[in-house]
Write a protein that binds this ligand. Structure first.
Ligand code: GLC
Length: 439
């Protein structure tokens, strides 16, 4: 009986913690759930035309015209250490750089193609410098790597420039397709074996037109990735559908705050929303529609309050600089985080419903439940906290460190018996009240 029990528990253990020598996604992703906030960096030769990373698809370039940007790409102001410091100060704990986007240009010293950064006047391997600089600042590092390759004859899709621009779609031969697939594999292999420990891999994407195929041979890619980087977490975009496919380590909605924790096959999963600061991922000179710091904070808090992360994007220029507007926002976020960071780090969903105009994040500290009440708008006056009457030991406004009073003898509203009124004055958007509950 005992041995049976032992075998059974070992079996369960191996399923929960260890599949094929790789620990469960929940275990590998512990740092990721704790972190909650990261920096996305979309950078490539598309920063020269400066119309976003889909520039190649957005206008009918003359033959070779777009590719010729590689001949002049020279981002002499590239200083990844400075990017890392900005990210770190803003509270970001990891960063993800585009090693190669759909336009096919490699930001690393590819062994397989010539269309790469080390063949530009710049000559340096931007990916290598990125991992070294961000690691040196104590951040985790990851790559965004494109699955589509618009420059390869083996890839054809209705979401490619040839179709968008001319309504044409060439048909790759079997051999061309296999070469394309091999190149994707080889590039990922190079990135997984020559750049040290990589914490995260964001593969993008499987188009709806390929939804029903295993177009990229996902198990071959994934087993290679886990073999070389057993602690890594990999996102979900090797498949378009999520429910009738293998499980992925984490899931990646885009530019929105989902209304609830994300579930796949009935189970809650790790997830991260990626979002732009303006309306473009890659540098877009004309796009000045930057969101306010308050809006970015609200987005971050929204993700955390639903057990998710935010991967906030910057699109550096052709000179390798993060735009002033983005730097300003990162500094604003840094200011916010330096006071309120504890409401994000290690936090997740709260089971209590928040008051009007607020969102909650929560965590347990030494066995005590702590709720962070985030003000998404300036309140009319006091706030009324549902279900918390008699439950709050201490309420503190983090920005001032001042304790707030719970108002109990206020007769004009028809409060429910379990509602607690809290006196807040001169609160600003983005302010956080820390509610320490009684044990
Ligand atoms: C989409 C876009 C791409 C962008 C990505 C970010 O897949 O094709 O340009 O990099 O979303 O998640």
């Amino acid at each position: 009986m005992k041995t049976k029990l032992l075998t059974l528990s070992l079996f369960v253990f191996s399923i929960v913690f260890c599949v094929n020598g790789v620990e469960s996604a929940a275990k590998r992703g512990e740092w990721f759930r704790e972190a909650r906030f990261g920096m996305f960096i979309h950078w490539g030769i598309y920063s020269i035309p400066a119309q976003g990373e889909w520039a190649y698809a957005q206008k009918p370039w003359k033959k070779g015209e777009y590719e010729s940007f590689a001949k002049i790409f020279n981002p002499t102001n590239y200083n990844p250490r400075q990017w890392a410091r900005l990210a770190k100060a803003a509270g970001m704990k990891y960063a993800v750089l585009t090693s190669r986007h759909h336009d096919g240009f490699a930001m690393f010293d590819s062994h397989f193609i010539d269309y790469k950064i080390t063949n530009t006047p710049f000559k340096r391997d931007a990916v290598r410098e990125f991992v070294e600089a961000f690691r040196a600042e104590g951040l985790k590092v990851g790559f965004y790597h494109s699955l589509p390759d618009w420059t390869h004859p083996g890839y054809a899709d209705k979401e490619s420039p040839e179709y968008i621009q001319r309504g044409e779609l060439h048909e790759p031969t079997k051999e061309q397709y296999l070469n394309f697939r091999e190149l994707v594999y080889n590039h990922i292999h190079q990135l997984m074996t020559e750049y040290g420990k990589i914490d995260l891999l964001f593969l993008d994407y499987t188009s709806i037109h390929k939804a029903d195929e295993d177009y990229f041979d996902r198990e071959r890619i994934l087993s290679m990735v886990y073999r070389h980087q057993p602690h890594i977490i990999v996102n979900d975009r090797l498949s378009y559908w999520k429910d009738n496919c293998r499980d992925f380590d984490y899931y990646t909605p885009e530019i929105c705050v989902p209304n609830q924790p994300q579930r796949v096959k009935g189970r809650e999963v790790m997830w991260e929303t990626c979002a732009t600061m303006n309306n473009n991922w890659g540098y877009a000179r004309e796009d000045k529609n930057f969101k306010s710091v308050e809006a970015l904070v609200a987005g971050l808090v929204g993700c955390v309050s639903r057990n998710g992360n935010l991967l906030l994007n910057v699109g550096p220029t052709e000179l390798g600089e993060i735009q002033d507007e983005a730097v300003e926002r990162l500094k604003g976020l840094a200011q916010w985080y330096s006071v309120n960071g504890e409401s994000v780090l290690g936090c997740g969903k709260c089971d209590y419903p928040p008051p009007y105009g607020c969102a909650y994040t929560a965590k347990r500290v030494n066995g005590v439940e702590v709720i962070y009440c985030h003000f998404l708008q300036i309140p009319l006056g006091d706030v009324i906290l549902p279900k918390l009457k008699g439950r709050i030991r201490k309420a503190t406004l983090l920005r001032t460190g001042k304790e707030l009073t719970q108002v109990n003898n206020w007769g004009f509203e028809l409060l429910l018996p379990d509602e607690q009124r809290l006196r807040v004055r001169n609160v600003r958007v983005g302010d956080v009240v820390k509610l320490e509950l009684v044990k």
